[in-house]
Each structure stands twice: as C-alpha cells, then as structure tokens.
Ligand binder design. Sequence first.
Ligand code: NAD
Length: 290
Amino acid sequence: MKIGFIGLGNMGAPMAANLAKAGHEVVGFDMADVAVEGVSMAASGADAAKGADVVITMLPNGQILRAVANEIIPVMTKGAAFVDCSTVDVDSAREVAQQAAAAGLLPVDAPVSGGVGGASAGTLTFMAGGPAEAFAKAEPLFAIMGQKAVHCGDSGAGQAAKICNNMILGVTMIATCEAFALADKLGLDRQKMFDVVSTSSGYSWTMNAYCPAPGVGPQSPADNDYKPGFAAELMLKDLRLSQQAAASADADTPMGQAATALYERFVEQENGKGMDFSAMLPRFEKRGRG
Ligand code: NAD
C-alpha cells in the first residue's frame, strides 16, 4: 500500500518506520526537520497525502488535526482511508470524520495506548471509531503497528474510549500515590505495601505495572528520577479532554474532575511539568493534610 504519514514525532516516527519495515511505501511529512528510516519525506502534508491509499496522522491536538485535515482532504484520492491516531477531543474527531466522508474518504479515529515503547515495538493498542469499511481498510496496518485493535463504534468512539481509559488512569495513579504516602506515614514498608496491594483488591495497572515507588515492583519512571515515560502535562491534556467531553455529554465525573484539578495544580504551580505523571508520589510525600 502507499501510505502518507503526517506527524513524525515521538510516536509517529517509530510507527511509520514499522510500516516501512513491513514493506509498505511510506511518504512522510512533519513541520520539524526529521528523518525516519525507510520513509521518504514530502515537502508538505498535501504532497504526502496525494495518491496515498491510506493517510495516517499523529499530531499534538485537535486544532492542528483540523488544520491538517483542511489541507489534505481536498487532495486525497476518493476511497482512500484517513486514519487519525492522535489523541484529540471527540468533537474534532467527529467533525473531521464528517468532512472526510463528505469528500468520499473512509475516516477512522484510532488513538493508541502503549506509549513510545509500544510504538517502537509495534505493540500498541488501537481503539477505533468509524464505518466498518474504513476500519477494515486500516486493520492490516494496525496489525503491523500494534498487537490489538478494537472497533469501538461510529466516528468519535475511538477517542471516547481513549478519554475514558485515561480518566481511569489519572484517577488510579493519584489513588495509588496517596495510598503509598499514607502507608509511609503509618510506618508501613513500601515493599510490603506493594506485595499486599498488587495481589489484593486494590491492584491496578498503576500499582502492578507502573509502580510510582522507586525500587518497588517492575522498572518504571520512578526508578529513573521520574523522567517521563508519560509526562504529567500529557496526563493533564487527556484529563481535560475527559472533562470537556463530560461537560458536552452532561456526564457526572467527580473523580475525573478532582484528578484534573490536581494535575493542573501539579503541572502549573508545583513544578510537575516535565516530570512523569507518577511523580504525584513525591508530591504527596512532602505534604501534610493542611
Ligand atoms: P510529538 O510532539 O512528539 O509529535 C507530534 C509531531 O507533530 C511533532 O513532530 C510536530 O512537529 C508534528 N506537527 C505539529 N504540527 C504539524 C503539522 N501542522 N503538520 C505536520 N506535522 C506537525 O507528540 P507524540 O508524543 O508523538 O504524540 C502524538 C499524539 O499521540 C498526541 O496526540 C498524544 O497525545 C498521543 N499519544 C502520545 C503518547 C506518548 O506516550 N507520547 C501515547 C499515546 C498517545
């Protein structure tokens, strides 16, 4: 297949490289001057998209996605798939999909989970929204870049799944960190705390796979001075998207709201910017109840 790939950052570059390695012809474009093994670079997004069977975008946010969509949709070949893998707001995803469908394209919103490690290893999870025909066209490419792809429903359903998942992630990380800080103050050894919780009803991905306490559990950013990993500001971005979605759908999400406020304070007032999102633990360690 001929694939256009727009947005070759931390995630996009290894994803595009895996598609090229699998034998596809990949033409890439990024605003920044980047080189990706096996990918030939175009002079613009439109040039990368022209004549492609599938165009994949991996961009920072919904506003940039909309701008890129306005540029590439008019030049794309009818029947081609437009697969957006960025994490963006549900409204942008739906509007871009509508615009693409009106131009005779097959739209898929397909955000991912698995981080830079998963993008490099080709083990991402894709959560996809869009017509069945569009998902079927993108599926062989998901199989190269990832280990699982779930067709969640109509356009926007992939973003909805991503936002809900990451709202759970933010809330759970905070709960895990505050429980560790409480355990410290109660004189409980951290390893014992991990041994109990990771095999009891308080277990979670944040405890078992991404433990925020250094030296405890599997290797995680906590063992690397809380360098990201998954940066606190990206967690904040996703939590804000969850609250934007909750407001527009009139959903009551008090825990998501509290997690958003806490990450906002952490990133904007407490030097959390540039730290992994699990650095909530040292934040709690330093504080008392007042
Ligand atoms: P990044 O900032 O490393 O990459 C984004 C790239 O887009 C940059 O290289 C930038 O130059 C390029 N870009 C910006 N505007 C452009 C334009 N108009 N045309 C072409 N290129 C443009 O970000 P990333 O970490 O690769 O994340 C990309 C998306 O994936 C985000 O939506 C993010 O939320 C999501 N995501 C990231 C992770 C992660 O762990 N990093 C995990 C899951 C999902």
